[in-house]
Ligand binder design. Structure first.
Ligand code: COA
Length: 259
């Protein structure tokens, strides 16, 4: 159905794999369009609770935007090009369901930016990171200047973006870019374990948590705290809240119905 993406669903977890191996899984326009369409259908699919996004093979997550396409841009088309990437990555970040990046190798340029748009980043031991755009005479155009500066500190983000140097997974872990490091063979299994754990909770609580966390990077603290109060109160109107708290008191496992 998709030329450059693989898609499978295990239980309530979807796995999206960028699959353009002859071009290092780089994001050409066709792949971005496919990602847009797939994430729109994932958003609508009530049986998908959590998404994992990864790259095919054992070497590359995503090696950035397609440099052959970049090479042809003009000022006008570059604006549209950047806007398209932003739209797709914003849709991922605002999916309303958790998205886990399972970074299985190089995450460069748009690949690092794609990982930044996800909510949780897990990586394999061979993963390499970088924003090499300055080496091409451009700047990151898929959200990297903004999301990297917010996720890690702005001094570190400046070093990464201005030096254009790649760095390894240990450095990525040290600066808080990735949450955990696994062997290549374990990565998807560990991502699935995490995703299945999240999928086993009441999904209203998961989605409200995600909204509140997202709020933290977008609104001032006093507004964010009020937002948390509203979302907390809303969760207390759900059947899941009654079930979760009652199950604890009854010393049994809760059965959430996402209502
Ligand atoms: N866009 C388009 N094509 C790309 C690409 C990209 N971002 N990254 C790799 N490719 C292509 C190469 O041109 C090559 O194509 P060819 O076989 O038709 O010549 C093929 O993928 C294999 O890449 P190659 O560079 O030979 O592999 P490698 O193993 O030596 O190096 C990387 C792998 C990822 C380190 C290297 O490809 C790389 O640095 N890519 C560019 C990363 C980048 O600058 N991204 C930011 C874009 S804004």
């Amino acid at each position: 159905m998709y030329k450059n993406l693989l898609f499978e669903v295990k239980g309530n977890v979807a796995i999206v794999t960028i699959n353009r191996p002859d071009k290092m899984n780089s994001l050409n326009t066709e792949t971005l369009d496919e990602l847009k369409s797939l994430f729109l259908s994932i958003k609508e699919d009530e049986n998908i609770y959590v998404v994992i996004i990864t790259g095919s093979g054992e070497k590359v997550f995503v090696a950035g935007a397609d440099i052959a396409e970049l090479n042809k841009l003009t000022v006008i088309s570059a604006k549209e090009f950047s806007e398209k990437g932003h739209e797709v990555f914003n849709n991922i970040e605002n999916l309303g369901k958790p998205v886990i990046a399972a970074i299985n190798g190089y995450a460069l340029g748009g690949g690092c930016e794609l990982a930044l748009a996800c909510h949780i980043r897990l990586a394999s031991e061979n993963a390499m990171f970088g924003q090499p755009e300055v080496n091409l005479g451009i700047i990151p155009g898929y959200g990297g200047t903004q999301r990297l500066s917010r996720l890690i500190n702005s001094g570190r983000a400046a070093e990464i973006i201005l030096s254009g140097k790649n760095f390894d997974v240990n450095e990525a872990y040290r600066i808080g870019l990735v949450n955990k490091i696994f062997s290549q063979s374990e990565l998807i299994e560990k991502a699935l374990n995490l995703a299945s754990g999240i999928a086993s909770k009441g999904q209203i609580a998961i989605r409200h948590s995600l909204k509140a966390i997202r709020g933290a990077s977008e609104i001032p603290l006093h507004e964010g705290l009020k937002y948390e109060i509203s979302l907390f109160a809303l969760t207390c109107g759900t059947d899941d809240f009654k079930e979760g708290t009652s199950a604890f008191l009854d010393k049994r496992k809760p059965v959430f119905k996402n209502k």
